[in-house]
Design a protein around this ligand. Structure first.
Ligand SMILES: Cc1ncc(COP(=O)(O)O)c(C=O)c1O
Length: 400
């Protein structure tokens, strides 16, 4: 399917190994957005003319496509946001403000992306509540046994990643979510790194909130999803944004609001982006999420073997395709990850180097930074061979 990606066609020499940061976009996504912009680019919901109605149908159709993709019960449980970050901040500011009190506790893990940490730090500061963290083992797997120990009567929320963007660790969530619910605790799942790469069934997971971004799953930037269970929605009084599109009645001194999802989508939403995201999901489904996961498993297996055979290369994380997504963090003894990434760039190999927005995890593992190669459906074993050759070249340069 590499021919579906215009960027790979324009740059056949490119080895793109940074899909955990953002994915490349296939032609059907660009076509769907282009069709909206050139064919019916009106605003939604308010217009009584054909173009606006067509745009509304396409936007609400996109919501239905998302519902189906993640197997939500109801389309109104799908709220479009600008991305994972906005969804988490929004929840901290709405759900957090309503349900978290002084002395309460929020439980999270040291694996989290800053997006699923800093908003809760801010809430904890405002509410004078405590933030507690489940630790990881040295291989980046979660110390699940700590979860029950850290739970207390004060715990209000468990906010946890599904897949680590820095190490690829897949967190076995179902049991943890069941235990959290048994203790009456709400659960937020950061699915930014799972929704694009493996089947995601929100009814099976049974989390209260699931968030992810469109741009990491072949969709456009500027759109993400907040899945919120109907039962939780009903109890959430206020959204985090106010304005047009979400109100029922406005008077000079007071306003009333619509029901979800409109209540949570103030202002003109990302219409073209929702249409693009739906096209991305249809594209991924036409290939099959199980097939994508299997492909990435194979690539990771090959990468672990190939990079692991290079002297001086240190692999971080579980190093086990059964519990790791297509993300591989590594380093070379004595060479800074930034230098590695820059030299690889000269060979047209795009990887990321740094803390990957996971500074607490880097601190925990005692690493200043790592190089991260992340795979997607368009990557091949030849890409990994090129990466391995690039790393041998890096070593040669640093030896001379
Ligand atoms: C696990 C995880 N959570 C949250 C985010 C933030 O996503 P966005 O920048 O699309 O809001 C990312 C992005 O890298 C991520 O990998």
């Amino acid at each position: 399917m590499r021919s579906d990606f215009p960027l790979l066609q324009k740059q056949p020499e490119l080895v793109y190994l940074d899909s955990a940061a953002t994915s490349l976009k296939p032609q059907p996504v660009l076509d769907a957005m282009n069709e909206y912009y050139t064919g019916f680019s009106a605003n939604i919901h308010r217009g009584l003319y054909d173009l606006s109605e067509r745009a509304t149908v396409a936007y609400e159709g996109a919501r239905e496509t998302v519902r189906e993709f993640i197997n939500a019960k109801q389309a109104h449980e799908i709220i479009f946001t600008r991305g994972t970050t906005e969804a988490i901040n929004g929840l901290a500011q709405s759900w957090g403000r309503q349900f978290v009190r002084e002395g309460d506790e929020i439980l999270t893990t040291v694996l989290e992306h800053h997006s699923n940490l800093v908003p809760w730090q801010m809430l904890a500061r405002e509410k004078k509540c405590a933030l507690k963290h489940i630790d990881v083992n040295d291989d980046g797997t979660l110390r699940e046994e700590q979860f029950l120990k850290l739970l207390s009567r004060q715990t209000r929320l468990l906010t946890i990643t599904h897949v680590s963007n820095a190490l690829g660790t897949i967190v076995p969530l179902r049991k943890i979510i069941q235990q959290a619910h048994a203790a009456g605790i709400k659960v937020l799942v950061d699915a930014a790194q799972s929704a694009p790469h493996m089947p995601l069934d929100v009814q099976y997971l049974d989390a209260d909130f699931v968030v992810f971004s469109g741009h990491k799953m072949c969709g456009p930037t500027g759109i993400g999803v907040l899945y919120m269970k109907e039962r939780v929605q009903e109890k959430l009084e206020l959204p985090w944004h106010f304005g047009g599109g979400m109100i029922k009645e406005v008077h000079l001194k007071k306003s009333t609001f619509q029901k979800a999802p409109n209540k949570f989508e103030a202002g003109t939403p990302p219409i073209a982006e929702a249409i693009g995201l739906a096209a991305a999901m249809r594209y991924l489904q036409s290939i099959g999420m199980n097939k994508i996961r299997d492909h990435e498993k194979q690539l990771l297996h090959y990468a672990l073997k190939t990079l692991g055979a290079i002297d001086g290369v240190q692999l971080y994380g579980p190093n086990n395709p059964a519990m790791q997504s297509g993300v591989l963090s590594f380093g070379i003894e004595g060479i800074h990850p930034h230098d590695i990434a820059e030299i690889l760039n000269e060979d047209n190999i795009a990887v990321r180097a740094g803390h990957h927005c996971c500074m607490p995890l880097m601190e925990r593992l005692n690493l200043p930074a790592t190089v991260r190669a992340s795979f997607y459906l368009y990557n091949t074993e030849q890409d990994i061979d090129r990466l391995a050759a690039g790393l041998r070249n890096v070593k040669k340069i640093f030896k001379s």
